[in-house]
Design a protein around this ligand. Structure first.
Ligand code: SAM
Ligand code: ZN
Ligand code: ZN
Length: 393
């Protein structure tokens, strides 16, 4: 993790801020040589983690070069209030709340477990543990399915452009909640310091590899979307790319986002739509028919689980309704600035053509989709996308 993360983190159990950092091992990175980031070094926004001082108390703005180049590989955070410790292992801090964390490794003092857990909380924790286990198990080929396929590359680039056009210039952070292996995090990282948070360590580790390889300034954090371990008003934007529909109680997560983003900041959700048309999926079934036959045959011979059936869908997922999500966000004090359902042809999953040809096909699909979205699609798109501005804190 970079020092810049310190000004963003708070204790998820009691909200204490800032937490004390104990550094054991550092690795020097030179992200500023990479073409993937802005050439200008941004300074810390509220508190300089390297100096452990609030910017307002300093006579002049700190030189924050090291806050973005010294990468803390091993260490831990300590909350001075509850005395809990949060480990940083291989550069990734684990800031899960105590009800989800592996207590044995992260606790030096048990007195923080003071509240009785309600039945709802028990069920909700079970779902989260299932999500964590499922994504840890399937992380290994998540990118093959959802990230590297030309369909995702083309359609998410387009969506990130729309998000970027509604982003403020402030120096605050961007938080990608449920970032997974970072499909959208790395597209958004050009526009500011980005933190990817996910409940699955295995997914986050894949993102971290991309950060090292491509020189992004992106921090990777293990945490819970419904109990964000971030300090009030530390972010200019928070995004859920296919995540809200995995959560036991997404309203709690939206409330957590409301606390974390600054007034005027924005929230994006891009989630599967309950009113989607099933025509493209039917077309997909027909197009992929030869593929399914060949794969079943091969798998009979190899007696291996049919690869194509493993679609990374968990049993906790629900489809969302555009108008209901808009109403929830409105009631929480957000102003909707963009709301659409997207993806008609683009959602057709073609599994068996060479990548170069697929790129051409999906580019064509995208242009068709743009026209269809404007004139016919209305509420029938595969995915709903909302960008909302926080006007009332
Ligand atoms: C469908 S994947 C989307 C990943 C990524 N946003 C993308 O667009 O590729 C859903 C992600 O949500 C994460 N997730 C599920 N429940 C979560 C929770 N309670 N807190 C944080 N992340 C969670 C999963 O681990 C998984 O990486
Ligand atoms: Zn700094
Ligand atoms: Zn604490």
């Amino acid at each position: 993790m970079f020092y810049r993360l310190i000004e963003n983190l708070r204790c998820p159990d009691d909200g204490n801020f800032p937490m004390q950092i104990n550094v054991i091992k550092i690795k020097k990175l030179n992200q500023f040589k990479s073409k993937n980031i802005r050439s200008q070094i941004p300074h810390c926004s509220l508190l300089c983690g390297r100096k452990m001082q609030f910017i307002n108390n300093l006579k002049k703005l700190p030189e924050c070069k090291e806050c973005y180049s010294d990468y803390i590989l091993e260490g831990y955070f300590t909350c001075n209030k509850c005395k809990r410790r949060y480990p940083i292992v291989k550069g990734i801090p684990n800031v899960l709340p105590s009800n989800l964390a592996n207590l044995k490794n992260s606790v030096i003092n048990h007195k923080f477990i003071t509240h009785k857990i309600s039945p709802n909380e028990v069920i909700s924790n079970e779902i989260k543990r299932e999500e964590m286990a499922h994504h840890n198990e399937t992380a290994i080929d998540y990118d093959d399915w959802w990230v590297n396929h030309p369909r995702s590359q083309i359609f998410y680039k387009r969506a990130v452009k729309i998000w970027k056009n509604n982003l403020s210039e402030s120096n605050k952070s961007i938080i990608d909640i449920g970032c997974g292996s970072g499909k959208c995090s790395i597209l958004m990282a050009k526009y500011g310091y980005l933190i990817g948070l996910d409940i699955s360590l295995k997914m986050i580790e894949i993102l971290q590899k991309k950060v090292f390889k491509n020189g992004f300034i992106v921090d990777c954090v293990v945490g819970d979307a419904e109990n964000l371990p971030f300090y009030d008003n530390c972010a200019k934007s928070a995004t859920f790319w296919g995540v809200a529909h995995h959560l036991p109680n997404r309203i709690i997560a939206y409330k957590s986002v409301k606390r974390v983003i600054e007034k005027g900041g924005n929230l994006l959700i891009s989630e599967p739509n309950i009113k989607r048309s099933y025509i493209p999926f039917a077309i997909g079934k027909i197009i992929n028919f030869p593929y399914y036959i060949i794969r079943s045959f091969l798998n009979l011979i190899r007696s291996k689980k049919l690869e194509a059936s493993k679609t990374h869908i968990t049993k906790n997922e629900v489809l969302l309704n555009l108008n209901i999500e808009k109403k929830i966000l409105n009631d929480l004090g957000f102003d909707i600035i963009y709301s659409k359902t997207r993806w008609f042809f683009g959602i057709i999953p073609i599994l068996w053509l060479p990548k170069k040809i697929l790129f051409l096909i999906y580019k064509l699909f995208m242009y068709f989709d743009i026209v269809i979205e404007k004139n016919i699609l209305k509420e029938k798109g595969g995915e709903l996308c909302i960008i909302a501005n926080l006007i009332n804190k």
